[in-house]
Design a binder for this molecule. Sequence first.
Ligand code: ARG
Length: 403
Amino acid sequence: MLFGEGDAVKTHAGHANRTSSRRSVDPAAAEEFLRLYHAECPEAGPVQPRLDLVRAQIDRHGTYAHTAGELAFGARVAWRNSNRCIGRLYWRSLQVRDRRHVAAAEQVAAEAVAHLRQATNGGRVRPTITVFAASTPEQDGPMIWNEQLIRYAGYRLPDGTVVGDPRYADFTDAAFALGWPGGQGTPFDVLPLVVQGLGEPPRLFELPADAVLEVPLSHPRYEWFADLELRWHAVPAISNMCLEIGGVCYPAAPFNGWYMGTEIGARNLADADRYDLLPVVAGLLGLDTGDERSLWRDRALVELNVAVLHSFDAAAVTVADHHTESHRFLAHLAKEERAGRITPADWSWIVPPISGAATAVFHRYYDEADLRPNYVHHPEARRLREVAIAAERQPAAAAASPS
Ligand code: ARG
């Protein structure tokens, strides 16, 4: 049981009653999307008959069903509209796996695994989305609790430190509370999926090892680097954002692109509240970490990022570097402009976390519009997840340490 009785959050058969998404689709949002689709895809025919049909469906059922064409277009445009993403040049190439008939936890998990295999593609990563059942006025669609399909556990030790990724320490606690026995206790244990199917409480599913491609990290010049036994997973697949198309919400719609090296080398492995490896790498480089002005952090960052790009290349796994990706983004901007569209972008996310001004995307500002379709965090669903995790943290604490 995830939610305590008397909690402000109403429970319903032991799982969250996520009321926020349980209302009729806004006909204006539906119309805006359909007009966009028919304007950009003339082969879909005249828009008016479709508008009439959808309007009637909303009047009768409070929602409507997208055609396969509308769904694929909607998912791709949601990527095109993602203000934080530098990699949008290839938005048209998104592979759309239409799994709207899938709503039970077991099948959602199986399809998430199939997604990983297809997207990983032996290392030639393919941008892919799998769309599960939509929310309706009667019930919420299924939901994946994990932030990404593949993430590493963070095990809290009694002394307050964390083995693994500290960002997922709370999630790891919640997984223990749901009955996860824990992994091997390494800093790179893959977390299980936590899937909430239609009308079901959240359930755990281990990812099969062969669905999770990982890259061991080494450095082209420093042999000691491999001894750190660092690794990262090949595919970043965000799984806790809703795909919102024409007023319809798909709460489970995991999607992936390929990595840009800095996401791993300048953030995941470097941030002080993540793997915090700059002092370690700087030490091994023989730098003076007592003196900020030796720029030991900066030099360690560069070598970490060299290692990430080198290792992905050596493993023949797709990875972008931030210079190339910056040029691609400006090419995307120009292309969109020629198509008569704006490209909304969030400067603070687009500019890479190292060498900002050495990339072309630094030297300008961007439109900040918030367009639909898009991938969104529904605050209500998130809040409920936090409530669930907090409610379970007490009993979890004892089990949280693998040792
Ligand atoms: N920054 C996130 C991570 O390090 C992934 C976000 C999506 N990135 C992408 N290249 N599609 O895991």
